[in-house]
Design a binder for this molecule. Sequence first.
Ligand code: PCA
Length: 220
Amino acid sequence: MAKPCVLVTGFAPFGGETINPSWEAVSQLEGEAIGLQQSHIIHTKELPCEFDKALVALYQAIDKYHPSLVLCVGQAGGRAAISIERVAININDARIADNAGKQPIDTAVITGGPVAYWAALPIKRLVQALHQAQIPAEVSNSAGTYVCNHVMYGLLHYIDTQQLDCQGGFVHIPYLPEQAVKHSGAASMSASNVQQALKVILTEALANPIDIKLAAGTTH
Ligand code: PCA
């Protein structure tokens, strides 16, 4: 049997940026072993910054790898810390057009889906572990209403409806320093710190899996 794995995704650049820090950091992790006794292999995937198409690519990767954990990562320009998202909401409300020119306003991510899904990750533990590693981190109570929230909601809906034995959630990361120099006053975090943060998150989540069935409808 294939070694158990985790899937980590990043996004293509969007909104006038030439890089997306999420894919810059995530792509470096491909093929690495993670978890206690290096129990899991990391697979990575770049998602297009496009409504709907991002979910098609995500579901294809999940169906291909059957991961025990999916961590989706995106840029939150201006935030100063690693943000562990608590909740995804069933709304698309785009401030700017996506990379295909689509700008949905007040539409559902999944028609008929529940209002929201809690992250299926031990979010408070992840923040603690990051602080122990001296990495600025916080719980975030909103992943926004753009493609990142769309992907987080779609991921958790897929895990729920397909009854996957899989943890899943979303992490927003700051700009890289080379982006922040073009945004006066904006915070940044280096790619190596972000990579370290992602490894801490994966290790901690694999060691402390939450009960997915109990997680539905509860917070933790
Ligand atoms: N950040 C955007 C979408 C892609 C990304 O990296 C967001 O926060 O919605």
